[in-house]
Ligand binder design. Structure first.
Ligand code: LLP
Length: 429
């Protein structure tokens, strides 16, 4: 929880200033209590008398061993998309029977690794992959479950969604490609060690409109009903993906978890009846909506510089720790953590230290008068910040600190210069 006392900003009872003194900046700070609350809310509100329900945390949003442990503690399953994510989950001791492996081009090595680890489900993307899985599953000691990713032809972006959009997506198989879909299912059904359970869809990220999810469920239900009839076979699992929005700026009004989960469940129950489906299990895969608002980035301001039309405040990080403004024009809020009661009468362009004109974190930030060494917090940086961080300009990736009940814990140490050359082999040809 965030609080202001005597002009200072606090998180879970600790001042940002003290955290900066103890761990240095730039720094990723996560409110562990907030993370846990969100996981708990998902777990408690995504329930149904008709279906088994599973909440898969989409680990691409933010992954480190401490986060995996929290997901395990709160009985979530895990969505991973690479051998690397799989490895981190395994190293953190996550129960592999709760892991779902996604991705449009899982390599042979990654599929082997998944089978070896004993992951629960492979979410197939295409026919080549289905054949690859069937071949590799022959060496598996236990059967492996499979879902197929369908492109339902619904694309949702922020405040609007469009039906029958993006038919050329690289993900999944278009729902109208019935022949290919049937071949994939038959390929799995003929294999001894593969159990084909059903379908997966994911319609986008940072979605505000609940109608988009309702349209997704209705479309998938109709699709499953058609296939059920055509193949004379039932399907037990429907995975609806993630995409639930987070609050970044005042323009954002995300659907509360307590609202969206029952809405999804109720729609699935209604569709089960309408189309006489045989679904036994429904899944969702929230990433951003669990971690975004629980995360904060803390920076130290270096120089302030005026140009004819702008006033820059330079910080000691930038696009290397948060690429989202440069990549998606994503907007963020910020504060000077030791000047909380002061009037915000200045406008700054918050820029990072990378050699790139686009390295801007906030185009127009309203702040009190900023000076060298002021500490600046950027809110809602918990999703796709650390997970998309880079070593551009050989900047070191910041440390991650979790805070809860007045205590802080370093969960990922800051990179050091030695890390930057650790993989180098030195001698050229
Ligand atoms: N499931 C699947 C299959 C996905 O592709 C994704 C996100 C999720 C779940 C989780 O979606 P979420 O609940 O986090 O919206 N880098 C972009 C976001 C890319 C999302 C990719 N897929 C960003 O920073 O906005």
């Amino acid at each position: 929880m965030i609080q202001t006392k005597n002009n200072q900003l606090y998180i879970e009872g600790l001042s940002f200033k003290d955290l900066a003194d103890q761990y240095g900046t730039p720094l990723y700070i996560y409110d562990q209590a907030a993370l846990e609350k969100r996981m708990e809310t998902y777990y408690n509100t995504f329930t149904s008398p008709l279906f088994e329900t599973k909440v898969l945390y989409a680990s691409k949003a933010f992954l480190c061993k401490a986060m995996v442990k929290l997901a395990q503690k709160h009985s979530l399953c895990l969505d991973v998309v690479s051998g690397g994510e799989l490895y981190i989950a395994k190293q953190a001791g996550f129960n592999m029977d709760r892991v779902y492996f996604h991705g449009n081009n899982k390599t042979e090595a990654e599929l082997r690794q998944a089978i070896d680890y004993g992951v629960h489900t492979i979410v197939l993307d295409n026919l080549d992959e289905a054949k690859r899985l069937v071949r590799l599953s022959q060496n598996s000691t236990k059967p492996i479950h499979a879902l197929l990713r369908i492109n339902p032809g619904i694309e949702a972006h922020t405040h609007a969604y469009i039906v029958t959009a993006h038919i050329d997506s690289k993900f999944g198989i278009l729902k109208s490609e019935i022949d290919t879909i049937e071949t994939i299912i038959q390929t799995c059904d003929e294999a001894d060690n593969v159990i084909f359970d059903g379908f997966h869809a994911h319609i986008g990220s940072q979605i505000f409109d609940p109608k988009a999810f309702i349209a997704e469920i209705e479309t998938m239900a109709e699709f499953i009903a058609t296939l059920q009839k055509k193949m004379e076979r039932t399907f037990s699992v429907l995975d609806l993906g993630g995409g639930f929005a987070a609050y970044y700026t005042q323009e954002d009004a995300p659907i509360p978890i307590e609202t969206i989960c029952p809405l999804i469940v109720n729609t699935c129950e209604a569709m089960q009846e309408k189309y006489s489906l045989s679904l036994k299990e429904i899944l969702i895969e929230p990433g951003r909506s669990i971690v975004a608002e629980a995360g904060y980035s803390l920076y130290t301001i270096g120089s302030i510089k005026k140009t004819p039309h702008k006033q820059y405040a330079f910080v000691d990080g930038g696009m290397s720790d948060n690429i989202r403004p440069a990549l998606y024009q994503a907007a963020y809020r910020s504060d000077l953590v030791e000047k909380m009661d002061q009037e915000k009468k200045e406008t700054y362009c918050i820029a990072g230290k990378c050699c790139e004109s686009g390295d801007i974190l906030i185009e127009r930030a309203s702040l009190p008068l900023a000076e060298e060494n002021d500490l600046l917090v950027v809110y809602t940086t918990g999703a796709y910040g650390y997970s998309m961080a880079s070593n551009y300009n050989a900047l070191c990736i910041p440390a991650i600190v979790f805070v809860k009940d007045g205590q802080s814990k370093l969960v990922v140490r800051r990179q050091c210069f030695e890390d930057l050359i650790e993989k180098d082999m030195e001698d050229p040809v």
